[in-house]
Design a binder for this molecule. Structure first.
Ligand code: ADP
Length: 262
């Protein structure tokens, strides 16, 4: 690690963008990207202008989840034009590298940071209230560099209620706190499964884990999202549940998260 947080140089703010908010998780597969995409769509429902930057080089899933594809074009000033869908302006590292699955995983902190710098400053984001950043999972070198350098207004941490995920989530919270980025709240994803037939709720990954961890570290739980087939299916189809089923209970939970962030 070169230099500690005290020596980190923050990048300049992005002209036109009011707030940059990171969506992060201590480990992969807990629903960070799903939360980022649905949060972005929900913020548009609150009347906000929203960009979504997929910085998850280890598994860029925003293009698929937001339903954007193809090589982005350049504007006359040579800046990359984000692709719009469901009211959100998205850009992903996955749209800029030819073979993300093979090339991305070997990237180290400095390479990640220079790619991200390009996504932040060489994209024509325009006037936005929020730029949501889907962070790479984990708390390693690359992630710490991002939290140190990107001018973040705050961070949302996503975790499942399992002990093992929560341990990593705590590490994520610490990472942001170390560099003085406010934690806007924890999202408990895959909180419970509600049987569509008998409505019984099963707490597959445990009960109240995130709530207890949040209390212990002094942050709020801003949403509890169930494991729901429609959430997975809509994401796979590129039409987030917040866009395709705006009246569902899942969409209203994401709206609650958006209100906490707004
Ligand atoms: P991460 O970004 O943390 O790696 P993803 O958002 O890519 O996680 O989610 C991993 C998988 O789990 C995806 O297939 C996604 O559709 C699914 N998933 C995430 N959250 C939920 C949920 N609440 N209910 C059902 N499936 C979910």
């Amino acid at each position: 690690m070169q230099g500690g947080p005290a020596r980190a140089v923050k990048s300049a703010a992005i002209p036109g963008i009011k707030h940059i908010v990171a969506v992060a998780s201590g480990k992969g597969g807990v629903g960070k990207s799903t939360t980022a995409v649905n949060l972005a769509v929900s913020l548009t429902k609150l009347g906000r202008k929203v960009g979504l930057l997929d910085a998850d080089i280890y598994g860029p899933s925003v293009p698929k989840m937001l339903g954007i594809s193809g090589k982005p074009s350049m504007n006359p000033e040579g800046k990359i034009t984000p692709l719009r869908n469901h009211g959100v302006y998205g850009m992903s590292i996955g749209l800029l590298i030819s073979n993300p699955e093979n090339s991305a995983i070997v990237w180290r902190g400095p390479m990640v940071m220079s790619a991200l710098q390009q996504l932040l400053y060489q994209v024509d984001w325009g006037e936005k209230d929020f730029l949501i950043v889907d962070m790479p999972p984990g708390t390693g070198d690359a992630q710490l560099t991002l939290t140190q350098r990107v001018p973040l207004s705050g961070a949302v941490i996503v975790s499942t209620p399992q002990d093992i995920a929560l341990m990593d989530a705590r590490r994520g919270v610490n990472m942001f706190q170390k560099v003085h980025v406010p934690i806007l709240g924890l999202v408990e994803n895959m909180s419970f499964f509600q049987c569509p037939n008998c409505q019984h709720r099963s707490h597959i990954f445990g009960t109240d884990g995130v709530q207890e961890a949040a209390k212990e570290i002094g942050v709020d739980v801003i949403g509890k999202v169930p494991i729901e087939i429609s959430i997975r299916k809509c994401s796979d189809e590129g039409t987030p549940v917040t866009a395709s089923e705006p009246d569902s209970s899942e969409a209203s939970e994401y709206l609650r998260i958006a209100k906490a962030v707004d």
